[in-house]
Design a protein around this ligand. Sequence first.
Ligand SMILES: [Zn+2]
Length: 316
Amino acid sequence: MRQPVYVYKGPELAAYGFGDPHPFGPDRHDVFQTELEAAGLDGAIHYASPRQASVDDLLLFHTPELIDKVSRLSAAGVGFLDTGDTPAVPGIFDAASNVVGTTMASVDAVMAGETRRAFVPIAGLHHAGRGHAAGFCVFNDCGVAVAYLRDRYRVSRIAYVDIDAHHGDGMFYGFEDDPDLIFADIHEDGRFLYPGTGSESETGTGSARGTKLNITVPPGADDNDFARAWARVEAFLEAAEPEFILFQCGADSLAGDPITHLCYTEEAHASAASSLCRIADEYCDGRLIGTGGGGYNRRNIARAWTRVVKSFVAAG
Ligand SMILES: [Zn+2]
């Protein structure tokens, strides 16, 4: 029997944002959910509710100093959590904890066998490091999810795959020396885009050397460039044989995003999602979680994320 794809939805997730006119506005959740509902996938999707992470959950990945800082500045509601990209809006501590808790809830749903694929739209906050917020990312839900899979479920060999336009630096440097975190990231060349990291020579350190794949594409890269890069990701993942896949499918790599320079269409996201379903079926008992990541053109978010969910549904 086919299981429904879990899609997380609710005001607690929508609340993660930095207000108008910040590019990471709280309307991103609703534009996606509206497009998804219009796709007519009823019956193939189960809408699941957000959950809040506890401080102990956050500590699986983050330092107590960061958690204290976010808590304090969230209560004050003024200033920045980093050097100027990520404002300390009132309530951001709870909102960011809800993003982390929801990605953890999706892990629980998959590990309990309730579903094999799940999608969490306002997650994939890949710039947050263990000890700092950065680039609109307060806490790193995928970082916590990796630690949680290991701590709670003894699943250690985990692939993190990232097609957001920006390098997933919080994940890369958070696990740079970890040989069981398989990292594959296609992103715009750091000479042209924040955060400037992720050169192809960065492949992991120490015993983790060779477990990380950074692929840079130039400004203007299109679906053909993506397909060539993706073939390398596929071969890398098949050789690595992970037990679980986390997919960060940022929509800011589509043409028309206001803060990046890549020119994919949503076909890139659809084909990557289908490919990961196949790989997850082969190595991971199908276990695959998608997180929305970035994306600042509302139409692109709605289309790209909906196509990811459609690919999950089509793969069964
Ligand atoms: Zn991004």
